[in-house]
Design a protein around this ligand. Structure first.
Ligand code: SF4
Length: 271
């Protein structure tokens, strides 16, 4: 199996969360965590990742999975340029900070490239109020703020996808999910197309669900298992999957330009 470079790889490591925000794209919380088999089946196909993002649910409820991912990355010398995660702020986790430190030392740059954000938007706030967790949230943010890995509060500044619980909110603040176009190319060291020996380069984003489904990042769990279930890393390689449903670029230079354009376009849809 050919190992790939993936521009953005999102791992949804848990479907578990201690909140029930009204806009949640993930639907009802449940106890599924990404299995060791799925972690290995995914990362064994990867040579390098531009941004490895860890999502949930609430990632601090699955610290063991984050640890396994980092262990695998380090033992197998996978190139990582950036490591990010978003948490809901109700749980203070020294362990998360320790793991970010481990990852940052591994990436080996002076600049901090392991980062995390805490969600903050009106729906989170409403949920924190309902559960009387606002004081704990504030205390945690103050403590997290002292960490060099904390890059701030993540607000919803654009529309929500009409997915999960967000589908039940006001239609005027939600938009339909736009499935991601994926691209693949193979470049040799002269940046020429070389399917046989070139580096397999995939972009702009591949998302893996807790059960190994290759899916859309912002789809609800239901949709990740149904209409946005494109295959599973346990029985198909990511390369084959993207070749089957994505675009093959025979000009790697053109691909890079196109990928940058797509990433920019996609960022306007971010929640
Ligand atoms: S939006 Fe995030 S914090 Fe809120 S319920 Fe969903 S996963 Fe949990």
């Amino acid at each position: 199996m050919k190992k790939c470079y993936i521009q953005n790889l999102a791992l949804n490591i848990t479907d578990n969360c201690n909140l029930e925000c009204s806009h949640c794209l993930r639907g009802k919380s449940c106890n599924n965590n990404m299995s060791d088999d799925v972690i290995e089946a995914t990362l064994s196909q990867v040579k390098g990742i531009g941004n490895l993002s860890i999502n949930g649910g609430e990632p601090t409820l699955a610290i063991g999975q984050i640890e396994k991912i980092i262990d695998y990355v380090i033992k197998n010398n996978i190139l990582i340029e950036e490591f990010t995660t978003t948490i809901n702020g109700t749980i203070y986790s020294e362990e998360l900070l320790r793991l970010l430190e481990v990852m940052n030392n591994y990436i080996g740059e002076e600049e901090v490239l392991s980062m995390f954000a805490v969600s903050l938007d009106k729906y989170h706030l409403k949920e924190l109020e309902r559960l009387e967790l606002l004081d704990r949230f504030r205390e945690n943010v103050i403590k997290y703020n002292e960490s060099k890995y904390f890059y701030g509060l993540r607000d919803i500044y654009v529309k929500l996808f009409r997915e999960g619980r967000a589908a039940e909110l006001d239609n005027s603040i939600t938009v339909p999910l736009r499935p991601m176009d994926v691209f693949i190319t193979y470049a040799n060291n002269k940046r020429k197309f070389d399917r046989e020996n070139g580096l397999c380069n995939i972009g702009p984003l591949v998302t893996i669900g807790t059960n190994g489904n290759i899916t859309e990042c912002d789809a609800s769990i239901d949709h990740q298992n149904t209409i946005y279930n494109y295959g599973n890393v346990l029985n198909e390689s990511i390369e084959e999957n993207v070749l089957r449903r994505g675009k093959l670029f025979t000009n790697p230079k053109k691909f890079e330009k196109k990928a940058v354009k797509v990433i920019k376009k996609y960022s306007t849809y971010e929640k």
